[in-house]
Design a protein around this ligand. Structure first.
Ligand SMILES: NC(=O)c1ccc[n+]([C@@H]2O[C@H](COP(=O)([O-])OP(=O)(O)OC[C@H]3O[C@@H](n4cnc5c(N)ncnc54)[C@H](OP(=O)(O)O)[C@@H]3O)[C@@H](O)[C@H]2O)c1
Length: 407
């Protein structure tokens, strides 16, 4: 008997391979007993006797202590999570889509089976944000969490702005370099950072919000006209995920924003991610690093596995004290909408119109629009929407007029 904790690993792709190679080099009290993959015919550089295509080889093996789920199928991943917990096997995952869509249920399943799930790798890769929200900020009343939660879109925006490349060619370059998926929709349309934001909101503010409730606007409609306009204002453009407390409500969005060049977020470039946390006691703190990739994410998965093997679990401190908070689904947003002439967008469409700008065939209009209008406009391929810097949310609830600001 080696006395080592035995691991069952699902998935041996980008993150699975990173995790496997780090674990086999680490002097941790852990050992991989079985690896379940989908395609039995792929060439793999691991001991063949470890491989299987049957999930039961992990789930039904009483010797396996911990399950590590690193597959790219969120529906099946949720089935694996439920079965692992039923069998009282703690689970580590990096599957942000699965977590974001089922987090409240996963919270209750952990209680029901008295078995933990850890998932640091799901949010901003190597940046330790979830465990810091859980431990370091557990008793600080947080005002705001915001940041750059997606590396591929940050890479695309950096190249579009600094090297004047067009969206399609930078996307192809990012795919060649492995920063973007072959189907880039989840990244470029802002779904991936929205999943991460939904998970972050549970740990920062204690509320479970299904990602469908959060507005996400991607980077795929940003044009040279928007970039020129940003420069004229002394700004760059970043895809920002943001959640903020406004009174007893939480406001959350993923959208491109004009970010002043002197801001810390403006200097996070290429595939890097960053998160800033603002709390009542801690003030503003800033974390930056690699948000994805085989080794950065594999390392965080390994540290979760070590933590779970030592009995660590999330206490969800904020969930226990969040009774009065709700998610804001109405209010006004301060945006800049840009389009070619003939789109039919007029100053009267704004609740409060601020002003406009025209260059050639392009127009930009600035002002406050309702969340409903924003959501309708975000579905139109011909409109580029960028949140303005400074105050960019106002509640329309009459009893509490409060405002949200961008750092
Ligand atoms: N890539 C990153 O940088 C990153 C960062 C943070 C989080 N994540 C998350 O980590 C997870 C894994 O991502 P990845 O990039 O490593 O994916 P990937 O490279 O596409 O690899 C996916 C792996 O899952 C296996 N798989 C798929 N369906 C399966 C099934 N039904 N049963 C068993 N194995 C199955 C595949 O098996 P085959 O090898 O047989 O095809 C493959 O080994 C995803 O949830 C992703 O969102 C990724």
């Amino acid at each position: 008997m080696s006395g080592k904790k035995k691991i069952g690993l699902f998935g041996l792709g980008c993150v699975g391979q990173g995790f496997y190679s780090l674990l086999t080099q680490a002097n941790a009290n852990l050992e991989i007993k079985k690896i379940v993959v989908k395609n039995p015919n792929k060439q793999r550089s691991v001991d063949q006797s470890l491989l299987s295509v049957s999930p039961e080889d992990i789930l039904n093996d009483p010797e396996i202590d911990i399950v590590v789920e690193l597959i790219d199928d969120s529906k099946f991943a949720f089935e694996l999570l439920k079965k692992s917990l039923e069998k009282k096997k703690p689970l580590v995952t990096a599957n942000k889509k699965m977590l974001a869509e089922h987090l409240e249920e996963i919270f209750w399943l952990q209680k029901r089976y008295n078995t933990p799930v850890l998932y640091e790798g799901a949010v901003c890769g190597s940046i330790p944000i979830i465990r810091n929200l859980e431990k370091h900020y557990a008793f600080d009343e947080l005002h705001r969490v915001e940041g750059i939660f997606n590396g591929s879109t940050n890479y695309i925006l950096t190249k579009m702005i600094e090297e004047k490349k067009d969206f399609a060619s930078v996307l192809a370059e990012a795919q060649r370099l492995g920063f973007a998926e072959s189907d880039p929709t989840l990244d470029v349309k802002g779904f991936d950072p929205k999943f991460k934001l939904a998970i972050t909101m549970a740990h920062a503010f204690g509320i479970f919000i299904h990602p469908n409730q959060i507005v996400n606007i991607g980077v795929d409609k940003i044009t040279e006209h928007d970039i020129r306009y940003a420069r004229q204002q002394g700004c760059t453009i970043k895809l920002i995920a943001k959640a903020e407390r406004v009174g007893d409500q939480i406001v959350g969005f993923v959208a491109p924003q004009f970010v002043p060049l002197e801001s810390s977020l403006a200097n996070i470039k290429n595939e890097y991610n960053a998160v800033s946390v603002t709390g009542a006691s801690t003030g503003l703190q800033f974390l930056a690093g690699k948000g994805a990739g085989s080794l950065p994410t594999g390392l965080v998965v390994l540290s979760d596995v070590v933590a779970i093997s030592q009995g660590d679990l999330y206490s969800y401190e904020k969930v226990r004290h969040a009774d009065n908070l709700s998610f804001a689904n109405e209010g006004l947003i301060n945006i800049c909408v840009s389009f070619r002439e003939g789109e039919g967008i007029r100053p009267a469409d704004f609740v409060e119109f601020i002003g406009g700008y025209q260059a050639g065939a392009f127009q930009s209009l600035n002002g406050w629009v309702s969340l409903k209008k924003l959501s309708n406009w975000s579905d139109r391929d011909s409109l580029s929407i960028i949140f303005n810097t400074g105050v960019n949310y106002k509640t329309t609830r009459s009893e509490k007029k409060q405002e949200l600001t961008l750092v």
